[in-house]
Design a protein around this ligand. Structure first.
Ligand code: SF4
Length: 100
């Protein structure tokens, strides 16, 4: 049985989790981040190194990637590869994989 007290504790805990999630989401991934460099991440897919990544295409963008975890309309979003950081919707990295 849920008492008023346990309900209020649950609401408070949920609020704390949401606040923590927002704090994590506030950091935008930099192209100079070591993991970003290792994966050839760029904030603008048209700036990807096509010599180094010949399979890259300008139509490949984070918001069309299987690892994109935000809404298709978001300018910045979460990526499964970069927890706690946000990537640009029009960005790209060499782990790009077409969303099904
Ligand atoms: S894995 Fe996909 S969503 Fe994540 S940075 Fe690379 S291209 Fe963007």
């Amino acid at each position: 049985m849920t008492t008023r007290r346990t309900f209020m504790m649950s609401v408070a805990a949920t609020g704390a989790v949401l606040t923590a999630t927002r704090a994590l989401a506030a950091t935008t991934l930099s192209e100079t981040d070591p993991q970003a460099v290792a994966l050839g991440y760029v904030t603008d897919t048209t700036k990807a190194d096509s010599k180094k990544y010949p399979k890259h295409s300008d139509t490949q963008m984070c918001d069309g990637c299987a690892l994109w975890q935000s809404k298709p309309t978001d300018a910045l979003g979460n990526c499964a590869l970069f927890p706690g950081k946000q990537v640009h919707a029009k960005g790209w990295c060499s782990a790009w994989n077409k969303r099904a």
